[in-house]
Ligand binder design. Structure first.
Ligand code: IMP
Length: 193
């Protein structure tokens, strides 16, 4: 069985990835399987740079194949901010609510409310060049909160063509349309080939 490490401690990501990778012959390890890990500062200017940095650092340290991802929200009227700063838009150690509040404030006078979520995955294998996968979820920044599911910017993100906030989707339905869900599917299709 081929071993592969997913560079995450996020339970949702672990469960989803295991469900998809185990049936195609992978033994999936996560960051919970290692006692010591190098510190990785996500200071890249793009999602791709951050995903690559996580993947190569862990792969070299653990001597294993690694899958790493980086995601965020790009708002067109704000020059694609928060982008790689999505998790810390309102500062270090802030809550999702702090980030949402700041985003709504910065969008107060904006008529163009178009935005998209982005996920980039880096597949870093010891004996091969890195490979990247990317996908998007397009929509708009809402003016009010709606929905109790999901996390992050989900309550203020309206999915294009569906007029529904992302936080109103069940996790299963979100995975079918989301940037992350579609990106992971691209990775799985590649590994299946
Ligand atoms: P990560 O790279 O998956 O940890 O995502 C970084 C940040 O982007 C998160 O802390 C959220 O603020 C935001 N983000 C990424 N994906 C989503 C999503 O599916 N819904 C809402 N916010 C997200």
């Amino acid at each position: 069985m081929k071993e592969i490490v997913i560079a995450t401690k996020n339970e949702h990501k672990v469960i989803e990835m295991k469900k998809m990778l185990e049936p195609i012959g992978y033994k999936v390890l996560t960051l919970y399987d290692f006692l010591e890990l190098p510190e990785i500062i996500e200071d890249g200017e793009t999602f791709k740079e951050n995903a690559y940095k996580k993947a190569i650092t862990l792969s070299k340290y653990l001597n294993k194949d690694v899958i790493a991802d980086d995601s965020g929200l790009e708002v067109f009227a704000l020059n694609n901010e928060p982008g790689v700063y999505s998790a810390r838009y309102a500062g270090e150690n802030v809550s999702y609510e702090d980030n949402n509040k700041l985003l709504l404030k910065n969008m107060e006078n904006k008529t163009n409310r178009k935005a998209r979520f982005v996920t980039t995955i880096c597949l870093y294998r010891l004996d091969k060049d890195p490979i990247y996968f990317e996908d998007y979820l397009v929509g708009e920044i809402a003016k009010e909160y709606k929905g109790n599911n999901g996390f992050g910017y989900d309550p203020i993100f309206i999915v294009e063509n569906f007029n529904k906030h992302l936080a109103e989707y069940s996790l299963e339905d979100k995975n079918l349309i989301s940037h992350r869900g579609k990106c992971v599917q691209k990775l799985i299709n590649y590994l299946k080939e």
